[in-house]
Design a protein around this ligand. Structure first.
Ligand SMILES: Cc1cc2nc3c(=O)[nH]c(=O)nc-3n(C[C@H](O)[C@H](O)[C@H](O)COP(=O)(O)O)c2cc1C
Length: 239
């Protein structure tokens, strides 16, 4: 594909077919993505590739954890206190999730979220349906492969910046091969389930997941939220 076409076609895919991604294709995409630039060429990130039995095990465990946390939010105070005390099953990711969005960004976030629900016919107040849709994150939207991306703690924001460049390079390479991807911050909520399957260096912190596979024809994959244009993002000169 032409570069502009790849850029235009890449969008978040949230429903995949079970068709496997051939190992050779995945390797090729990764080999392309690791050519991305990085701070002093340090490449301060690593990824774990979950597929087959490992992915299926996570596809069972993570939705359970997600349901449990949602249940806990509605539980009586005493039960909440007990779980908080033991931290049993609670999110144990390396980075704090964003609970409160800055007031200037919140409307953009809301427009995207509500746009998605509207397209799926989910009422904003239907919290059960919203929960179910959110839970799909933890089933990797049916994808046959998910990468978990980790960043070296020693470079602060710069390793996150480099991982972002890797992420977009990977997603574009996948688009070019007719594959779909979804970057998933939601998959950074729990680190401990990954530790069971991978020996993750302690200095590498879980940033996000990226599900990859062949897009299904579900209408959710037609969702393309509006982007701000160049003007809205340009800081004007002082007059
Ligand atoms: C770092 C990052 C984390 C994201 N986390 C999630 C996620 O947890 N779940 C999800 O459905 N989409 C997630 N997305 C996808 C964004 O919602 C999506 O990129 C945005 O709405 C723009 O849509 P587009 O990717 O189709 O252009 C994430 C994207 C990025 C870059």
């Amino acid at each position: 594909m032409e570069f502009r076409e790849v850029m235009a076609r890449r969008h978040s895919v949230r429903s995949f077919t079970p068709e496997p991604v051939p190992d050779a294709v995945l390797k090729d995409l990764l080999a392309t993505a690791v050519t991305a630039p990085s701070w002093s060429n340090t490449q301060p990130y690593q990824f774990a590739i979950a597929r087959g039995d490992v992915l299926e095990s996570l596809r069972t465990e993570l939705p359970r954890r997600f349901d449990r946390v949602a249940e806990l939010q509605r539980a009586p105070m005493l039960k909440k206190a007990l779980v908080w005390a033991t931290r049993d099953g609670l999110p144990d990711g390396d980075f704090q999730p964003v609970h409160q969005y800055p007031s200037d960004l919140q409307p953009r976030r809301a427009a995207t979220g509500y746009g998605l629900y509207e397209m799926l016919g989910i009422d904003r107040k239907d919290f059960k349906a919203r929960h179910e849709q959110m839970a799909e994150n933890f089933r990797f939207f049916g994808a046959p492969v998910t990468l978990f991306l980790f960043v070296h703690e020693g470079l602060g924001v710069y390793s996150v910046l480099d991982a972002g460049i890797f992420l977009q390079s990977f997603m574009l390479a996948a688009t070019d091969r007719g594959l779909g991807t979804c970057a998933q911050g939601a998959l950074a909520l729990w680190r401990s389930p990954l530790e069971k399957h991978f020996t993750i260096p302690a200095r590498y912190k879980l940033l996000c997941g990226i599900s990859i596979g062949y897009p299904s024809d579900h209408r959710i994959n037609d969702f393309q939220p509006e982007k701000l244009g160049v003007d809205a993002l340009t800081i004007p000169e002082r007059s």
